[in-house]
Design a protein around this ligand. Sequence first.
Ligand code: NAD
Length: 274
Amino acid sequence: SDVPGIELNNGATIPQLGFGVFQIDPSDTADTVQQAFDAGYRHIDTAQMYGNEAEVGEAIAKSGLPRDELWITTKCNNSNHGYDDAQRALDESLQKLGLDRVDLYLIHWPLPGKDLYVETWKGFEKAHADGKARTIGVSNFQPHHLDRLLEETDTVPAINQIELHPHMQQAALRSYHERHGIRTEAWSPIGQGRGLLDAPELGEIAQAHGKSPAQVVLRWHIQIGNIIFPKSVTPERIRENMAIFDFELTHEDMQKIEGMEKAERLGPDPDKFD
Ligand code: NAD
């Protein structure tokens, strides 16, 4: 496949482009994931919260694809923080997915008000040692949450999955990640397909390359080193979002997109979300 691999701090290699299944109805999930496999995706991003792990598992089983060609990520739900609960929740996820290990297990949100994420992370370290999660990471962590994991535990997260798109570029977190060997995953990479894709800057760049605005934004992520998993239930778009490895944005294109920063979140502020 054309999808580059990104090497993580534990030596594992993750496909830089995958397929996200947030808000895909469970009744559509198995078919949609099958379409993604047919289009060449091998990396699926799900979560306990999404309620469709069993249907992702159904698609994996039906696909007949070798397990070692797939990268499967799930996330510990907010109700499952704590050393024991985080591990128990992973066991349930594995059962639903029909797998004996996931490739990546993430703490979905830090929930600073509960203040259990350090204990949860120690549970993740145990799940990794037990072979149930090949790689462990976090999501929606701010630098001060990451600081505590670095100070109070033995494992640097391999990944932090954060909201990131041209209107919310997360320069400070990205440079923190770089300093500590953490890779950045960008959620809502095309801004959930709303306002962002109508920006005139993107239209101009897209026209110059004979690509769509969504493809331009996805290519921007690839060129700055982000790991992405755009979501779609439309077969043409599923294929379109994969067709980003046959062109390159120029330095000027990249600078134009960098100029689109608005520090504008679509989702919650992780420090205010419990
Ligand atoms: P996204 O940026 O991937 O946008 C998806 C939407 O964009 C689709 O529903 C569709 O309406 C539109 N779209 C898709 N392809 C298009 C195309 N080629 N042209 C025009 N419009 C197109 O948003 P997302 O689903 O929120 O994010 C992707 C994935 O990130 C999720 O599925 C999930 O796996 C993950 N995620 C994680 C968190 C977290 O807290 N960790 C939060 C949100 C999303």
